[in-house]
Write a protein that binds this ligand. Sequence first.
Ligand code: BV8
Length: 232
Amino acid sequence: MEKIVILTGAGISAESGLGTFRDEEGLWAQHAIDDVATPDGFERNPLLVHGFYNARRAQAAKAKPNAAHKALARLEQEHRGEVLIITQNVDSLHEAGGSRNVIHMHGRLNGALCHACEHRWEAPLEMTPTDQCPACYETTTRPDVVWFGEIPYGMHAIDPALAAADLFAAIGTSGNVFPAAAYGQHARRLGAHTVELNLEPSAASRDFKELRHGPASEIVPEWVEELLRDQT
Ligand code: BV8
């Protein structure tokens, strides 16, 4: 398996203490998606949305990568071919776990963006609606994340990577958010072997040839161990 492409979602960071979205006590249970993860929601109430992201930024700052993040970094280091992680997560636990080749398709909690001049910088722990953009001084700053209705980042790199993949894995994602939720079906149609590693079957399980269910911190290291053993 030369080229390995791995899509990750909130489930890979669950055991690091970061909330998922759709589990019963998940982030969306406490906040309406429309209010905190859409441009209109931000327009309506920037203080509420900054508060939502400030709380997650503070939580993410204390979180540590778990055995699943570290196993994927080991795979990138020891696998002979290329390993690319496409993450829907806005935390930086893949990088903290040692992964280098990571695309944050839904943006990053630690990123800040100016709506007026498109300048990007490392976000402070707390962002407020009156922050000034360091480049144009407008008070049009926002978290550099991709909200519903906005175009995900990295599409120019993601599509060719899916086409070239020999192995596509989805880890810790419920398969509810597009375009990521269609990547398994897409990669399979383009010839990749597909595997889903998740706590339980997802909405996209039928797209995957191989299903491995259980906590990521257990099943991901096992899976990586097998991949590296088979390559010798
Ligand atoms: C787009 C922001 C066009 C950052 C997020 C109607 C109107 C408008 C749009 C649409 C529409 N219908 C469909 C769409 C498209 C829309 C969409 O998909 N809507 C859904 C709700 C139907 N998508 C968009 O708008 C996207 N943009 O389509 O632009 C376009 C597209 C392509 C090309 C050109 C143009 C933008 C989507 C991005 C939205 N932003 N977040 C943030 O706040 O974090 S989405 C949000 O959900 C997060 O990014 C999150 O990553 C993502 C997906 O959730 P998951 O990661 O899967 O997390 P979830 O909780 O759902 O699942 C966790 C899983 O882990 C579970 O299965 C659980 O069992 C498992 N798990 C739990 N614990 C463990 C575990 N697994 C293993 N171990 C454990 N311990």
